[in-house]
Design a protein around this ligand. Structure first.
Ligand code: SF4
Length: 334
């Protein structure tokens, strides 16, 4: 479905050099498609469902779901207060307390946690039980990170993107006033949607802090395969297609869309995180001859198509192959 918003066509003739190049991997990831399938299959306007938080970080999709009886609530208690008898855990997951709370209140639980997030949750739990201090490379406010911290089941777990956030300021074995060294056993996992280059740099710094004096450092790269594929596809847009402007499409709360724009900017290409066509500035287009299109894991195809249509109306030739086809049999490696 394409929106019908009218665009003022550009008066500038197509030069023949201007191009739109669409990333080979973009938009809805496997986990988001799966979560939407689960929630939509359960949706009913008679027996409404309250997802705890947004099913996905895309306002257009959230609005559509509302018309099908899926009404997000900020937390479990609000859902109960509002009289919901069915709650859904989103693809980002939730702590182990949710199942207990639902059972206590007689509320049906619909779990659409992405299995790739479940893997990280259980890994954090296992490593915590083995005595590791758990570090999650990620944003402490993000629901997925909070769910992983909750599953670790210990106060010896923290989310960070910089070493300073961990409170350790010296290598193990070094002592002195004001110096705080890490514990002997530290395990590092990642939010599934982070930038792999940034994660690797953080891992090297943390390892250097922990390893001296018999420290143990476990590092598992838990960035999911769909996220890695999107980052690699974006790099190909830059290296092979020589894009000079990148538009990363996705809701403003979408962490992985923000990361895609970061990847583009760090590679030296002007890149913008946009949610809808109204966010595109004519000044960017005046500078952009080859426009690369990418989109976060929670961006539906019609929102991507709408941006492409907008650029075509502005004088760019339509991309030859449109948006990538969907492989219904694809399952990422766990
Ligand atoms: S981004 Fe990765 S972990 Fe998150 S829902 Fe998609 S596939 Fe699952």
């Amino acid at each position: 479905m394409t929106t019908t918003t009218m665009v003022e066509a550009t008066t500038e003739p197509t030069t023949g050099k201007r191009r739109i190049v669409v990333a080979a991997e973009l938009g809805y990831c496997w986990g988001v498609r799966r979560a939407l399938d689960i929630v939509q299959a359960a949706a009913s306007t008679d027996r409404k469902i309250a997802p705890i938080g947004d099913v996905i970080h895309n306002p257009q999709v959230v609005q559509r779901l509302r018309t099908q009886g899926v009404e997000g609530q900020p937390d479990f208690d609000s859902a109960v207060r509002e009289g919901f008898k069915r709650v859904a855990i989103t693809a980002h997951g939730w702590g182990p307390d949710m199942a207990l709370r639902a059972a206590e209140k007689g509320v049906e639980l619909i779990d659409s946690t992405c299995p790739l997030v479940t893997k990280v949750q259980r890994m954090a739990q296992k490593l915590a039980r083995q005595g590791y201090f758990i570090v999650i490379y990620g944003d402490d406010y993000h629901p997925e990170v909070r769910s992983v911290l909750a599953w670790s089941g210990t106060s010896k777990a923290k989310a960070a993107k910089k070493l300073e956030q961990l409170g350790w300021n010296t290598n193990r074995g070094e002592t002195g006033e004001g110096l705080i060294a890490p514990p002997r056993k530290v395990a590092l996992l990642s939010q599934t949607t982070k930038n792999v280059d940034d994660l690797m740099a953080f891992a090297r710094q943390l390892e250097a802090l922990v390893i001296p004096e018999g420290g143990e450092f476990r590092f598992v790269n838990t960035i999911c395969e769909p996220t890695s594929e999107r980052q690699r596809a974006l790099k190909r847009l830059i290296e092979d297609d020589h894009c000079d402007l990148i538009l990363a499409i996705g809701g403003m709360k979408s962490s992985n869309t923000a990361r895609l724009a970061d990847v583009g900017n760090k590679a030296g290409v002007e890149s913008h995180h946009i949610e809808r066509r109204e966010d595109i500035s004519d000044e960017w287009l005046a500078r952009g001859t080859i426009v690369g299109i990418t989109a976060g894991a929670s961006t539906p195809d019609d929102v991507i198509q709408d941006i492409v249509d907008y650029l075509v109306a502005k004088g760019y030739p339509a991309p030859e192959n449109g948006i990538r086809p969907i492989d219904p049999d694809y399952v990422p490696s766990f």
